[in-house]
Design a protein around this ligand. Structure first.
Ligand SMILES: Cc1cc2nc3c(=O)[nH]c(=O)nc-3n(C[C@H](O)[C@H](O)[C@H](O)COP(=O)(O)O)c2cc1C
Length: 136
């Protein structure tokens, strides 16, 4: 098994009836992901920047499984502008207990460690600011 980690960045597309309920919208995505990912032996975290509605998702799992999942996620109209920040083979998982962890201050710190030096400083800065203010 080739264990792979992907980190990507995208932006939520909120339908009008969910404006003001962005966190619930993300939670709906996450709750389906938890169930599906456990079946696929995929783990990770989904971070939502409440200020900008940007997303960063970390996915860990078997290389081919992640290819299939990224194809599904890539077609999902609930976000746009997917940019892969990291894709690499890894020795172990960071999120083995989580089909899809809900992002918070602590998980942002961990995600930051996995970002490459080439990561867009604006995106990193936006998340830093959002989670510095977050008390979740
Ligand atoms: C930002 C974002 C992240 C997502 N992450 C996952 C994921 O990790 N796992 C997953 O199964 N679906 C994820 N989805 C949802 C998929 O695009 C798709 O709707 C879902 O897998 C379909 O599940 P179902 O076949 O059980 O209805 C994500 C969607 C979005 C917009």
């Amino acid at each position: 098994m080739v264990l792979t980690r992907i980190v990507y960045h995208s932006k939520l597309v909120i339908p009008p009836d969910f404006r003001g309920y962005e966190e619930e919208f993300v939670e709906k995505i996450r709750s389906v992901s938890v169930i599906n990912n456990r079946k696929r032996e995929v783990s990770g975290v989904l971070l939502h920047n409440v200020n900008t509605d940007e997303l960063i998702q970390v996915l860990e799992g078997e290389d081919d499984v992640l290819d299939d999942l990224m194809e599904i996620i890539g077609k999902d109209v609930r976000h746009r502008g997917i940019r892969i920040m990291v894709r690499k083979e890894v020795d172990g998982r960071e999120y083995s207990n989580w089909g899809m962890l809900r992002g918070n201050k602590d998980s942002w710190k961990l995600v930051k460690l996995h970002l490459p030096a080439s990561a867009d400083p604006n995106v990193v800065g936006d998340f830093e600011e959002a989670f510095a203010l977050s008390n979740k």
